[in-house]
Ligand binder design. Structure first.
Ligand SMILES: [Zn+2]
Length: 316
């Protein structure tokens, strides 16, 4: 059994074959968590998890930092909705509190800081960062009140995030406090997150970015959880690449089009490049290679970690 701690199977990207994708995920012995990124996707994840009513399927709720300020539309998340293109969401605690009481909600996230697309002018940059920090801290308060671990999203903002966490009671009052999803910080920052009790989430980026591989080598296996970040971040899949395509170019394209952490072109995860939970085994295998362990050892320990982190069994 494997646990995909980060799979957006409730996103628009899976609208045509969601049932089949979920079926083959479960058939492969993979449990999964569906993180929301604003109120609509948070609600959709909770509703789907409630409807499926399976002890291997859960949701988390949160307002992602890229949705705190005006941003681009990502059709893979919500579909081509006109009103979404200029949306900026302020954190509405009451709306998230309605969702958090569901037994299917096992975490608050993904929440955090994302400075990748900072505005150019100083005044706008300040406001952009302030809004992200305010939303982040409000959601730390929410998570603490309801005793839910965090699913953190952090992109080129690790020091600011560490500062905020250091000064927030959640880290001492809730152990483990959560997971840094898709970890992309450096080794010094890694030590600080681990010291606070956090896990790190590892996905297909480990094939692409040497510093992610370094983090995997450095972090104890007892603090690593697996994730796909589906529909994004398809790992290299030579065996299933379409015959017409060279495996190498296939791999490169998959990262460039879907990745949040690369040179992403949003709304562009094509069907052949869409990631899904069954591909998590490649990441588990890669972690085993990096750490000189067997696949079975990585499987058993990361599943145990996910159970400890979220406080659920992920069993039928
Ligand atoms: Zn995500």
């Amino acid at each position: 059994m494997l646990v995909d701690t980060h799979a957006h199977l409730h996103f628009h990207s899976f609208r045509n074959d969601r049932e089949e994708v979920i079926k083959r995920t479960l058939d492969e012995g993979i449990s999964f968590v569906m993180p929301g990124i604003q109120i609509d996707t948070s609600r959709a994840g909770v509703e789907l998890a409630e409807k499926l009513n399976d002890s291997r399927i859960y949701a988390s709720i949160g307002l992602h930092p890229i949705h705190v300020n005006k941003d681009r539309v990502d059709e893979d998340e919500v579909g081509p909705l006109e009103k979404f293109t200029t949306r900026e969401e302020s954190f509405n605690r009451g709306a998230y509190e309605e969702l958090i009481v569901s037994p299917k909600v096992i975490a608050v996230g993904e929440i955090g800081l994302d400075y990748w697309r900072k505005p150019k002018t100083t005044a706008r940059k300040k406001e952009f960062v302030r809004r992200q920090k305010d939303a982040f801290i409000s959601q730390l308060d929410l998570a603490l009140q309801y005793k839910k671990p965090l699913i953190l999203h952090c992109r080129v903002a690790h020091d600011d995030m560490l500062d905020i966490l250091k000064n927030h009671p959640i880290v001492t009052k809730l152990q483990p406090p959560g997971v840094v999803h898709s970890y992309t910080g450096d080794l010094e920052q890694l030590k600080k997150f681990l010291d606070m009790g956090f896990y790190i989430g590892v996905n297909g980026l480990v094939f692409k970015l040497p510093f992610v591989e370094d983090a995997v080598a450095q972090a104890p296996l007892e603090r690593i959880v697996l994730e796909t970040d589906a529909p994004y971040l398809l790992p290299p899949l030579p065996a299933v690449a379409p015959a017409s395509q060279e495996p190498q170019s296939y791999v490169a394209k998959s990262f460039d089009d879907g990745a949040r952490n690369g040179s992403a072109k949003e709304g562009q995860v094509k069907d052949t490049e869409r990631n899904e939970p069954i591909f998590i085994k490649y990441t588990a295998q890669k972690i085993a290679e990096i750490k000189g362990l067997t696949f079975k050892e990585v499987e058993a320990q990361t599943t145990k970690n996910a159970q400890t982190l979220f406080g659920v069994e992920f069993k039928i």
